[in-house]
Design a protein around this ligand. Structure first.
Ligand code: TXA
Ligand code: MG
Length: 364
């Protein structure tokens, strides 16, 4: 199958492209499209066979449910059994935008789309290209992130092509994704709204709307702690570059010193070595190869925006050992660290303890 990439301009000349994209979806095919978070891999959300094609294209286990993308409030009603009061508050505040809500599903939504669950994830994106595409299709669009299962999500059309070439009919190129991290997922079927995946809309903003907000404990836990995540996709190994990535926690001075030494040792051992750091600390690594800046610590939106692109650049450069600083502090710290911990396969060290543990097998 040939995969075409067509640029969306946001102008009238997009009409024939959108019409074609809509036809592909209604015929059971797949179209990747831009959103404000990451690119989506879209199919007809009401068609069980389309869900099957999405799982096959991604190489994704079919127990991992898909998000349905809509553009209007009216589109929600036929897909859900009930709309709880908490959902009304959240939709009012954050839709259209980078927030996905979990509802009890109606009979219209096929089990193939929800991975067999009785609930359904629904999101109303704000990206004009996404909205035009969903409208052109005329059906809810089931869309996971447009990457091969296990790889970093894609935030630009060329990266979608890298993973999906020959697997889908069309890629709509809307330029780089603005936010760069997937949506915040909130379960509103529970008494207290519960964050299942942190994202651009952080817990603090949610706490301005509700007396209490829960976070699924699996979000912060290591896999060996045994919490089963309520978002099935959160249990899989994710975002993993080919390099072994080590996150270095600890006070900034200790962490940078640790990274500098560990990177020098890895390079001396003949491994292609890289460093992920902030703009502020980059000069400390002068003289090391592959020092990649995620962004300023003052602007964690930039760090979020760059993260998936940078994780793919590690593979472009053929790196084998990567040492990364951590980014807990800003409003997006939870979301960034959630992705980074997974990218590192939970390989995390404490810089303060580093001195005595140089040969800790944990590190490499
Ligand atoms: O920003 C986003 O959300 C992007 C763009 C394309 O909209 N989509 C995205 O989809 O990140 P995906 O499939 O990569 O991640 C969806 C997550 C998975 O962890 C999945 O398990 C969870 O949402 N999910 C979907 N339906 C669910 C449900 N009914 N209950 C709990 N979790 C659900
Ligand atoms: Mg994904």
């Amino acid at each position: 199958m040939q995969t075409d990439v067509i640029r969306l301009t946001g102008m009238e000349q997009d009409a024939p492209v959108l019409e074609r994209a809509g036809r592909i979806i209604r015929a059971g095919g797949l179209v990747a499209f831009p959103t404000e978070t990451v690119y989506g891999l879209g199919g007809n959300g009401l068609d069980p066979a389309a869900a099957g094609r999405i799982y096959a294209a991604k190489g994704r286990p079919s127990d991992n449910p898909l998000i349905l993308h809509i553009t209007e409030r009216e589109d929600l009603l036929p897909l859900t059994e009930e709309i709880p009061p908490a959902a009304e508050i959240l939709m009012q505040a954050f839709w259209p935008g980078p927030m996905t809500l979990i509802f009890r599903k109606s009979a219209l939504v096929p089990k193939e789309t929800t991975g067999g669950l009785d609930t359904v994830a629904i999101r109303m994106p704000s990206h004009p290209g996404a909205r035009a595409f969903i409208r052109a299709a005329g059906v809810p669009i089931a869309a996971p992130s447009a990457n091969l299962s296990g790889r970093p999500s894609t935030t630009a059309a060329d990266r979608v092509k890298e993973d999906m070439d020959g697997r889908i009919e069309l890629i709509l190129d809307g330029g780089p994704s603005d936010i760069g991290l997937e949506s915040t997922i909130i379960d509103v079927t529970t008494e207290t709204p519960t964050v299942l995946r942190p994202g651009f809309i952080g817990k603090k903003r949610l706490e301005q709307l509700f007396r209490k907000v829960d976070v699924d404990p699996a979000v912060y836990a290591r896999p060996e702690e045994g919490f089963v995540p309520k978002a099935p996709g959160m249990k899989y190994r994710h975002y993993a570059p080919k390099a072994s990535v080590t996150l270095v926690e600890g006070r900034p001075e200790a962490a940078t010193a640790y990274i500098k030494q560990a990177a020098a040792e890895a390079a001396a051992a003949g491994r292609r070595t890289g460093i992920l750091c902030s703009r502020e600390t980059a000069p400390l690594y002068a003289g090391q190869e592959h020092v990649i800046v995620l962004g300023s610590r003052e602007e964690d939106e930039t760090v979020a925006h760059n993260l998936f692109q940078v994780l793919r650049e590690l593979d472009d450069a053929g790196l084998e050992a990567v040492f990364s600083e951590t980014f807990h502090d800003g409003p997006l710290g939870d979301a960034i660290m959630n992705r980074l911990r997974k990218a590192a396969g939970y390989q995390i060290v404490q810089a303060e303890e580093a001195e005595g543990e140089k040969n800790d097998s944990n590190r490499m």
